[in-house]
Structures are given as structure tokens and as C-alpha cells.
Ligand binder design. Sequence first.
Ligand code: NAP
Length: 142
Amino acid sequence: MPKTWFITGVSSGLGFEMTQQLVAQGQKVVATIRRPGALITQLEQEYRERLDIVPLDLVEPQSLASAVKDAFQRHDRIDVIVSNAGYGLFGAAEELTNEEIDRHIATNLAGSIHLIRAALPLLRRQGGGRIVQVSSEGGQIA
Ligand SMILES: NC(=O)c1ccc[n+]([C@@H]2O[C@H](COP(=O)([O-])OP(=O)(O)OC[C@H]3O[C@@H](n4cnc5c(N)ncnc54)[C@H](OP(=O)(O)O)[C@@H]3O)[C@@H](O)[C@H]2O)c1
């Protein structure tokens, strides 16, 4: 029985690979992107019936909440939420700017928390589901 997955940050890397493999196996994926990209557009053309592309920027909590709510409305159920979107920030503590550090925390940490908070009541309402948190460390400040 195919499952429906909700995966953030599928324009590249792990998110893209997961999405590609899942749709190829017959699973359904609600895949979030910040902006259109060639890789995901090509995959969407190939697997239109199993791939639902949703715009989402993790640093905008309100749009995040409505993207999650809309996804649960459009699909009978979402079985797995994968909090994958994020990026690495590397640098010496005194060289990185406050803005770089704040944006990294807003994306990798707060973004994941907002996603899980938005999804939890909807997972409970449908009677269950899983949340997979891809390591949000993604950086090194020395
Ligand atoms: N690769 C590693 O060695 C490593 C190590 C530890 C943890 N991680 C974590 O694993 C996850 C995947 O890493 P990856 O290597 O596959 O990275 P990646 O290829 O750079 O992919 C990251 C994805 O996250 C998206 N993203 C970044 N900021 C976002 C935001 N504000 N809102 C929505 N989407 C956003 C990117 O979208 P755009 O294309 O729009 O930027 C991209 O789709 C990340 O959370 C990363 O921190 C990776």
C-alpha cells in the first residue's frame, strides 16, 4: 500500500534523492521547494500523479503552517513528515555575522520546530503518522 510523504527542501541533496526514489517506488510525495528548479521540474513531469510540489520557505512560519494544512486537506492522509530542509553554516565565531547565525537557527532549528508543531495536531487527527528529523546540525562554528 503506497504511503504519502511530506518532505521539505527537495530542490537538491538528500531531499531530492529521497523524493526521486520514493516516487519511483510508487509512493506519493508532497515535496516542498523555495523556488522552482530544473531537477524537480523534470521529476514532476515524469511522476505528475504521485508528486505534489508545494512552495515553502521555513523562515516564514505562517506560510509553513498553511502549506502543511493545505497538504493534509489535499491528500487523504500524510503518513510521514520528513523535516529535511536546512543548510550548513561554517566559520569562525568572530567572522560570522549575527544575521548569518540568526538565519541559520531560524531555518535549521526553529523551522523544524514550526514544521513539527504545524503537523502534530493533523497527524493526531488522522490517528497517527511518523516524523523523521534529518540532522539539523548542518554546520560548525569554531
Ligand atoms: N550534507 C551534509 O553533510 C549534512 C550534514 C549534517 C546535516 N545536514 C542536514 O541535512 C539536510 C539536507 O542536507 P543536504 O546536504 O541535502 O543539503 P542541500 O543539498 O543544500 O539541500 C538543502 C535543501 O534545504 C532547502 N532549504 C534551505 N533553506 C531553506 C528555507 N529557509 N526554507 C525552505 N527550504 C530551505 C534548500 O532549498 P534551496 O535550494 O532553495 O536553497 C534545499 O532544497 C539539511 O537540513 C542539512 O542541514 C547535512
